[in-house]
Design a protein around this ligand. Structure first.
Ligand SMILES: [Mn+2]
Length: 479
C-alpha cells in the first residue's frame, strides 16, 4: 500500500528534525493549510525545545527566498510551497547557506526541474507516491503526522490540527482517501473528532441565523452569498423565532429542527429564483467534523477553525493563526480573542470584495470567466478566495475562473480554478499557468484544478489576451 511508504517518509522527516542541533527556520504558505502546517511545526519544534523562527508568505519571490536563506540556520523547512520551482529553491539555498538541511513539505505539482535526491535535501510530497496532491495529502496532513509521530504518538492535538488544515484545503469534503483517511480514522480512534452530514447553510453554528445561512459560501450564489440583508429577509419571512426576549439574535445552534426545515424551504426557493435550479440536495450537504476537545465554540468544528486561520492569513495576521493552530488557548495571551476579531473583520472585507467581483466578472468564449480586480481597492490575498468561491458557484461550475490582481509592486497575480470535469478529461491548469509564466516571465504552477502565477507588471496590456490564448489551446499541445 502506498500509505505505508508515505508514512515511513513522514517518520523519517520527524527523526531528521529531532536530530538537528542549532537554529531552525520555517517558511510556510499563508492559506489555511499552510498556517495549520505552520502551527503543527511550531508545536513540534517547541516540544523538542528547539530554537526556531516561523515565517509566512503569499509567494516564493526572489526577495522572500533571499531573506529566508540568509537567516543562519542548521535546518530550513519550506511548507505548502516550493514543489513547482524546486530547482530555483535549491539553487538559492545552496547559494546562501552552507552545512544545512532543507526539507520541503508540500503537495503541489512538481515542476519540470529534475529532482536529485541528495542527503541534505528532503522532499515530502504525496505526488512522489503517486497521489494527486490536490485531492490527498495536503501539507497540514503531512506536517501534523510529522509532529504526531515525532511526539511518540503521544500528542493527539497534532491530529486535530491536521484535520483543520485539510478541511481548509477542501480535502475532507466528499470522498476521504489515502493518507487523509488514515488521519481521520486516527482522529476518530483517539476520540478527538466525529462527523455528521449537515446542510451547508447551518454549518456556522455560532453565528446569528440570518448571517449564518448566507455566510457559508459553498456554493457561492451571487446575490445571496455573503448578503446579511437577504439572510434577514428570509429569516423574517419564514416566521421562525429568531430573537430572544431581550432582542438578541438566535444562533443556528439554538434553532429547532422544524425551524431549520422552514428555513431550508425558503432558501431553496430563493436560490431557484436566482436562476439556479441545478443544485441537488446532495450538493448542499457537507461533512461537518466536530472537534470534541475544543472548549471554545468558535473552534468546535474543523470548518469554523480553518475559516479563522484563513481569515488571519488574508488579513495579514498570520502570526495569530500560527499560534492558534499551534494550540495556544491561554486567556492571557489573547490569541483566540484576537483571532475572533480578525475573523469578523474579514467577513466584512470579503463581502465588499465580492460586490466588486460581481460587478467586473466577464465571460470570454464558452468556458473562460475573468474577474479583473486590477486597479480596484482589493488585496491580492483574497484572489484565491474569490476564484474558489466563483468556481463553486452553480452559475460558473463548467468554467475556468481567472482572477487578476496586483500583488503590490511585485507583479500581476493570477489565481485560477478549473472545473473538475475538464480536469478529468486531461486538462491541467498548473501546466497552463507554467506556460503563461514562461511566456510573460515570472512563475506559475499549482494543482491541476487550482493554480496560479505571478508575472511582471509590464505584461499589463497583454495579459488578458495571453491567458485566453493559452487556455483556448488544445491540451495535446501542452505536454
Ligand atoms: Mn495546501
Amino acid at each position: 500500500m502506498k500509505n505505508g511508504k508515505m508514512l515511513n517518509s513522514i517518520k523519517d522527516v520527524a527523526e531528521v528534525i529531532k536530530g538537528v542541533d542549532g537554529f531552525i527556520s520555517v517558511l510556510t504558505h499563508y492559506d489555511a493549510d499552510g498556517l495549520a502546517s505552520g502551527g503543527a511545526i511550531t508545536r513540534y519544534l517547541s516540544l523538542l525545545n528547539k530554537r526556531f523562527v516561523v515565517r509566512s508568505t503569499a509567494a516564493l519571490t526572489d526577495k522572500i527566498l533571499s531573506e529566508f536563506f540568509s537567516i543562519k540556520s542548521s535546518l530550513y523547512i519550506v511548507q505548502d510551497m516550493g514543489s513547482g520551482d524546486i530547482d530555483i529553491l535549491i539553487k538559492k539555498w545552496r547559494e546562501l547557506s552552507e552545512n544545512s538541511i532543507l526539507i520541503v513539505i508540500d503537495h503541489h505539482k512538481l515542476g519540470e526541474g529534475v529532482l536529485e535526491e541528495e542527503g541534505d535535501f528532503i522532499l515530502l510530497n504525496p505526488e512522489i507516491f503517486g497521489y494527486d496532491g490536490g485531492k490527498v495529502g495536503c501539507t497540514s496532513v503531512l506536517a501534523s503526522l510529522v509532529g504526531y509521530f515525532g511526539s511518540g504518538e503521544r500528542d493527539k492535538y497534532f491530529v486535530e490540527i491536521g484535520l483543520v488544515g485539510a478541511t481548509g484545503d477542501m480535502q475532507l469534503n466528499n470522498s476521504v482517501e489515502g493518507i487523509n483517511k488514515y488521519l481521520l480514522d486516527l482522529g476518530i480512534k483517539l476520540g478527538i473528532v466525529k462527523y455528521e452530514r449537515e446542510f451547508v447553510f447551518f454549518t456556522p453554528r455560532k453565528l446569528p441565523v440570518h448571517k449564518a445561512i448566507v455566510w457559508n459560501m459553498v456554493p457561492y450564489i451571487p446575490g445571496f452569498s455573503g448578503r446579511d440583508d437577504i439572510g434577514l429577509n428570509i429569516v423574517r419571512k419564514s416566521g421562525i423565532k429568531y430573537r430572544d426576549k431581550d432582542g438578541r439574535y438566535l444562533t443556528i445552534e439554538e434553532l429547532r429542527d422544524e425551524d431549520k426545515e422552514k428555513l431550508l424551504e425558503l432558501i431553496t426557493k430563493f436560490i431557484a429564483s436566482k436562476g439556479i435550479e441545478d443544485i441537488s440536495t446532495d450538493g448542499l450537504l457537507v461533512n461537518v467534523y466536530y472537534l470534541l476537545g475544543e472548549k471554545d465554540p468558535y473552534l468546535q468544528t474543523t470548518g469554523e477553525f480553518s475559516n479563522i486561520l484563513s481569515s488571519c492569513g488574508r488579513m495579514d495576521r498570520e502570526e495569530v493563526a500560527i499560534l492558534l493552530a499551534a494550540g495556544f488557548r491561554n486567556k492571557e495571551t489573547k490569541v483566540l480573542d484576537e483571532a475572533k476579531r480578525i475573523f469578523d473583520e474579514r467577513r466584512k472585507v470579503l463581502a465588499r470584495y465580492l460586490d466588486i467581483a460581481d460587478s467586473v466578472v466577464k465571460r470570454y468564449g464558452d468556458r473562460i470567466v475573468l474577474i479583473d480586480m486590477r486597479g480596484k481597492e482589493f488585496s491580492h490575498k483574497f484572489s484565491g478566495t474569490i476564484s474558489t468561491l466563483y468556481s463553486r458557484s452553480p452559475n460558473y461550475k463548467d468554467d475556468i475562473i481567472i482572477v487578476l490582481s496586483y500583488m503590490d509592486k511585485e507583479g500581476i497575480k493570477i489565481s485560477a480554478r478549473a472545473p473538475r470535469k475538464l480536469v478529468d478529461e486531461g486538462f491541467d491548469l498548473s501546466v497552463k499557468m507554467r506556460m503563461l509564466s514562461k511566456k510573460l516571465g515570472g512563475r506559475g504552477g499549482g494543482h491541476n484544478v487550482a493554480a496560479g502565477a505571478l508575472v511582471p507588471l509590464d505584461s499589463d496590456s497583454v495579459i488578458v489576451d495571453e491567458i485566453i490564448k493559452i487556455l483556448s489551446e488544445h491540451d495535446e499541445d501542452t505536454d
